[in-house]
Design a protein around this ligand. Structure first.
Ligand SMILES: [Zn+2]
Length: 75
């Protein structure tokens, strides 16, 4: 993938995390409520599950320190 900021080549890879915590997005200025936590609001749906890791395929530009991946956010 070509970086939209510098037009350089981006490096394809994976973000990975412990599946017990999950991956979530919190909009700036809005904290997740306890109800949000229980319902999974803000969950990054691109994260593929596994018993040992969550993984998201992403492209990274070392020059710009930007990362891009496709996802939807759970409502
Ligand atoms: Zn770049």
């Amino acid at each position: 993938m070509i970086c939209p900021y510098c037009q350089g080549e981006m490096q394809r890879g994976e973000i990975s995390a412990d599946p017990r915590g999950g991956l979530f997005f919190e909009p700036e200025g809005k904290k997740r409520t306890f109800g949000d936590v229980l319902c999974g609001v803000g969950r990054i749906e691109a994260a593929r599950g596994g018993w040992s890791r969550l993984r998201v395929t992403a492209d990274y530009c070392h020059q710009c320190k930007k990362m891009i991946f496709d996802t939807t956010i759970a409502k």
